[in-house]
Design a protein around this ligand. Sequence first.
Ligand code: GSH
Length: 228
Amino acid sequence: MKLYQTYASPFPSRVRLLLYAKGLEFEVIEPPGFGGSTAPKGNYLAINPIGRVPTLVMDDGRVLPESEVICEFLEDVYPRPALRPSDPWARATMRLLARISDIYLVMAFVPLFDLLATPRAGWDPVVIDAAVGEIAAALGYLEAHVGTEGYAVGQALTAADGALAPMLVLTDEWLPETFGVASPLPRNPRLTAYWRAVQTDPLVARIVGETRDAIAARRRARTAAQTT
Ligand SMILES: N[C@@H](CCC(=O)N[C@@H](CS)C(=O)NCC(=O)O)C(=O)O
């Protein structure tokens, strides 16, 4: 299997969590034109015309984009260890948390990602404040459903943890470091307790560490570009 992806991106990270958990071997390919690079995406668009990461390519050449669909596929084909609860309510909660993250939390970050492509001096505080407000609202939606027993759902790792953990790195670390604003996470006691607890899971810690390292590398690259 090949996974086209970048380490700083939240969507591929949730797929890596499943691949790690299930002990599957895969080759990582980082396509051009991501992470602030203006390089053309080139041949990658022939593999995934959507032009986003991740994309899973099977050994027989079959291509599967979209992180949620990839995770469901991996769960169907490699059911052990299970990262999808068997109880229907727990399973629905897992999907709900991932969906809230994708639709509300990730989308709230988009105006901030867009600012990164522009000089810092021109960053509009109104845009930043509005985005932080949307992020805070999305955290409130997660707060209403996140688990209280150490994981997003119940007492075991599920795909929802792969959706939430990289987004909480962005929320609690990248957002304050990049824009000089307070993290809105502490206003949500359940989510805060979840975030502290889930990082003790070694597989979550692995994708969190990879996300942090990739964000730091991008920050160094951006700083170097601005000072040259
Ligand atoms: N719905 C897609 C979203 C994937 C997505 O938006 N990925 C971002 C990176 S996290 C991306 O590729 N953005 C386009 C770009 O960076 O050029 C999924 O779940 O896989």
